[in-house]
Write a protein that binds this ligand. Structure first.
Ligand SMILES: NC(=O)C1=CN([C@@H]2O[C@H](COP(=O)(O)OP(=O)(O)OC[C@H]3O[C@@H](n4cnc5c(N)ncnc54)[C@H](O)[C@@H]3O)[C@@H](O)[C@H]2O)C=CC1
Ligand SMILES: O=C(O)[C@H]1O[C@H](OP(=O)(O)OP(=O)(O)OC[C@H]2O[C@@H](n3ccc(=O)[nH]c3=O)[C@H](O)[C@@H]2O)[C@H](O)[C@@H](O)[C@@H]1O
Length: 525
């Protein structure tokens, strides 16, 4: 049924629902897209220019579809808390709600909490008055479509048909707009029935408005569900592999950057996702690897479960290893020492702090009674405090040991050490950024040592060259690179820099008198 979709509803206005709904609306001007959420505050923010998430290029996309701009294009993107009306109007409903790891009950700490997902499914059953295509956009365990079918059949109005599709999302935060505008692939899984295939074909048409058809893959629904977990597990596994190698490098004098570069030139290995770090963070890698682990456990495949779980084990070990290195180099006592934390987000170009490695590091520093002085260009004090409390640090300890600062200079004032935990461009002091591998493979910068092309890329299709240049200039003006000479003057002696992201040219800082410790590299003599 080409062009049969006229009305789209996305349930969940978060990191996935907001950007995906906005890009679908931008690229399908004749389709009305409603992004709905139970959170009034989130929805109100989506209606303003202060969007609830920070994502380069997103505001341009949202404004182009949401607002009237005099070009004659009718607004076709709406944000609302009226979930009922949005479901009733929609031909297709994307479920984009959160699926975090369970914290209590059976499978706690491993299994995904599907309560939000099930409640969204039940709302569709309750409100739908005509046939719907229902799309799993959230990341869910394999065979979730079965549960959805049962819930929709048991609770929907008699005679209604619900076709369930799996259409997992592969965007990465910080590059969401680029990833959505130019996805490597779109996966659409369906039941292989006439009705299922027809529904899949309608969704193919929606994406074909901007994605080349050869990049849109259709397959059976179980493969599509599992393919998403597999992709995240394989990506996380690469990071744990290079991080495991980083420990060997530190012990032997090899340099993990050179190892990753040399290995990455082998086309069978490739250069992406091989950037050693203090550990991967974000709301999904850990959760999805644990989800896969739990599936394997429940399917009585303990060796498979153990294999995937080791990816998370290495990640936790990497974070602890880094903190121990700080303690050791600072003469085994951190009590009352001031430690500047540069970066709290789980990666650059996002305000998201979920599962950020910074949380564990700060937690360990507080346990050592250090005074932690944090700066992140996109993370507020409230967010830091909330995150620390979610992770069990009592509010009294947070207020006693943690301060959050407006810039890196304030954070470094009087500090014994500066610890880089997010690879924000402003912390980098390297001459060339991006580094060699990215130059050779210009399209392959995402998740590697640097991806400074993000803003460019996302602007290409929604803005002019002038706009692009202006945006780059504004970003650089707003957050210019740090003046490490000035920082050196502000810190205690000896002044240490612990680089958990490998954004520092250690030799340059050593010349300024710093002692530099980097992940995956023995200390510069
Ligand atoms: N964050 C990311 O970069 C990616 C996330 N995913 C997956 O997408 C899903 C969503 O993730 P995020 O967008 O990050 O989550 P999020 O937490 O940012 O947003 C989820 C939103 O759903 C809303 N919600 C929950 N239950 C609801 C209900 N019954 N009705 C209406 N709204 C409801 C929440 O209020 C929240 O605003 C997860 O399964 C995640 O694994 C997949 C790819 C990338
Ligand atoms: O399902 C999801 O939520 C998403 O998870 C990841 O996206 P994201 O977590 O946003 O970001 P990544 O760029 O993958 O980085 C994840 C973490 O790994 C770290 N990382 C990444 C790459 C690398 O080489 N080394 C490394 O330590 C990052 O700093 C970050 O903490 C995947 O890349 C997306 O394809 C997927 O859709």
């Amino acid at each position: 049924m080409p062009g049969s979709i006229k009305n789209v509803c996305c349930i969940g206005a978060g990191f996935v629902g907001g950007p995906s709904g906005s890009v679908i609306a931008l690229k399908n001007p004749d389709v009305e897209v409603s992004v709905v959420d139970l959170s009034e505050a989130r929805i109100q923010a989506w209606k303003t220019d202060a969007l609830p998430i920070y994502e380069p290029g997103l505001l341009d996309v949202v404004k182009a579809a949401r607002d009237t701009d005099g070009s004659g294009r009718k607004p076709n993107l709406f944000f609302s808390t009226d979930v009922k009306s949005a479901i009733q109007k929609a031909d297709i409903v994307f479920i984009c709600v959160n699926t975090p790891t369970k914290t209590a009950g059976t499978g706690a700490g491993l299994a995904p909490n599907l309560a939000y997902f099930e409640s969204a499914t039940r709302m569709i059953a309750e409100y739908a008055e005509n046939d719907k295509i229902v799309v799993e956009k959230s990341t869910v365990p394999c065979r979730t479509a079965d549960s959805m079918r049962e819930i929709l059949a048991a609770n929907g109005k008699p005679g209604l048909n619900f076709d369930i599709l799996s259409n997992p999302e592969f965007l990465a935060e910080g590059t969401a707009v680029t990833d959505l505008l130019r996805p490597d692939r779109i996966l659409i899984g369906s039941m292989l029935t006439e009705s299922g295939l027809k529904a899949a074909s309608a969704l193919v048409d929606l994406y074909a408005a901007w994605v080349p058809r050869e990049n849109i893959l259709t397959m059976n629904v179980w493969s599509s569900e599992l393919a998403k977990l597999a992709a995240n597990a394989l990506l996380a596994q690469r990071i744990s592999s290079i991080n495991a190698l980083s420990a060997l490098c530190e012990a032997t004098g090899a340099d993990v950057g050179e190892i990753a570069f040399a290995a990455g030139l082998d086309k069978r290995i490739g250069s992406r996702m091989l950037q050693a770090s203090v550990g991967f963070g974000g709301s999904c890698f850990k959760k999805d690897v644990l989800n896969l682990t739990y599936m394997a456990e429940t399917l009585h495949l303990p060796e498979v479960a153990e294999y995937w779980h080791s990816v998370v084990t290495i990640n936790e070990w990497q974070k602890n290893r880094f903190t121990k290195r700080i303690l050791q180099r600072l003469h085994n006592t951190l009590s009352d020492k001031k430690i500047a934390i540069l970066g709290f987000a789980y990666k650059k170009n996002t305000s998201d702090t979920r599962e950020s490695a910074a949380i564990s590091v700060v937690q360990s520093l507080i346990a050592e009674r250090a005074k932690v002085q944090i700066y992140d260009p996109q993370v507020s004090q409230g967010q830091v405090w909330e995150e620390m409390q979610i992770h069990g640090v009592p509010i009294e300890d947070v207020s006693k040991y943690v301060t959050v600062h407006r810039n890196a200079y304030e954070a470094c004032a009087g500090a014994h050490a500066a610890v880089i935990l997010t690879e924000w461009d402003e912390f980098c002091n390297k001459d060339s950024n991006p580094p060699r591998p990215a130059k050779r493979e210009p399209k392959e910068t995402k998740g590697n040592e640097s991806s400074s092309s993000t803003d460019d890329d996302s602007a290409v299709e929604v803005g002019s060259g002038d706009l692009r240049r202006a945006r780059r200039a504004t970003l650089e003006e707003k957050n210019p690179r740090l003046d490490w000479t000035r920082i050196s003057g502000l810190m205690q002696r000896p002044a240490f820099v612990f680089d958990g992201r490998r954004v520092i040219d250690a030799q340059k800082l050593e010349k300024l008198g710093f002692h530099v410790e980097q992940i995956g590299k023995a200390r510069v003599a």
